[in-house]
Design a protein around this ligand. Structure first.
Ligand code: KIV
Length: 288
């Protein structure tokens, strides 16, 4: 019997401190059995090595979300995000983590054209980052692509409901599924993604009842964001929950107020530089 345990971090320049212990796709998929998840799955976004190091001990999964377009690059939406950006940040997050499963978002325009285009982009992401999975947006229309990828060794996380890459079609970032027709379509999307082989499904910005119904209907774990506490897990954009932005969406709970702390630290530093009270002897090299 083989004793080999897959660990994408052990072959990298910075070996894992605990080789072989990285959370696997089957482990995440197996957290939901007979329609139930005993312990909800914890997921947060990460875009940098240091943030990954800080979040890793607490998370089952780290998502290198294309939300990095707005959060890191100050772009107006996720639409301009490139494969290169996702690969660079994905590799940094894999280097900064050893326990969580790292998934990387496929950026807009890199997978919608055809299953073959999606395979080329996803395999590049996996080769260049060492991540274990990719995430892509879309329901029924993307099901053949999800099946194509999973059958060829690429684990996929689906993403239904509010799909930010479709902002120009949707007309904004408002919650989805207020009308019955749209609610029915979101549930059909989740079912299609589930049947296609996604090992978990992100459901974003939907009426709570949709998330509850949908979680009960699909076999894969459902990770909610602006969805329902009944989902099999939750994800948030880390910078939102750390209070790094002035405006946070309704579904975000602020667990810290880092913007205020950073502002305070920068103001104290600036004052000390201006009055020459920094650096002091403690921060200065002098002959022994
Ligand atoms: O890009 C992202 O960060 C995401 C999460 C909000 C689920 O897709």
């Amino acid at each position: 019997m083989s004793t080999f345990t897959m660990d994408t971090s052990t072959s990298r320049a910075t070996p894992s401190p605990v080789p072989g212990k990285r959370t696997t796709v089957p482990a995440i998929r197996g957290r939901k059995a007979n329609g139930k998840t005993e312990q909800p799955i914890v997921m947060l976004t990460a875009y940098t090595m240091r943030m990954a190091q800080l979040l890793d001990p607490h998370c089952d999964m780290l998502l290198v979300g294309d939300s990095l377009g707005q959060v890191i690059y100050g772009l107006p939406s996720t639409i301009p995000v490139t494969l290169e950006m996702m690969c660079n940040h994905g590799a940094a997050v894999v280097r900064g983590s050893w326990h969580a499963l790292v998934a990387v978002d496929m950026p807009f325009g890199s997978y919608e054209g055809s299953p073959e285009q999606a395979f080329a982009a996803a395999s590049r992401i996996m080769k260049e980052t060492g991540c274990a999975a990719v995430k892509l947006e879309g329901g029924e229309a993307m099901a053949p692509t999800i099946a194509f990828l999973t059958q060829r060794g690429i684990p996929v996380i689906g993403h239904v409901g509010l799909t930010p890459q479709a902002v120009n079609v949707l007309g904004g970032y408002g919650a989805r599924g207020r009308e019955t027709r749209e609610a029915t379509k979101i549930i059909a999307d989740a079912k299609a993604v589930d049947d296609a082989g996604a090992f978990c499904i992100v459901v974003e910005g939907v009426m709570e009842q949709i998330a509850t119904d949908l979680s009960a209907k699909v076999a894969a774990p459902v990770i909610g964001i602006g969805a329902s506490a009944d989902c099999d897990g939750q994800v948030l954009v880390t910078e939102d929950m750390l209070g790094l932005f002035e405006r946070t969406p309704r579904f975000v709970k602020r667990y810290a107020d880092l913007a205020a702390e950073i502002g305070q630290a920068a103001a104290t530093y600036a004052a000390e530089v201006r009055e020459r009270s920094f650096p002091t002897a403690d921060q200065t090299y002098r002959p022994k």
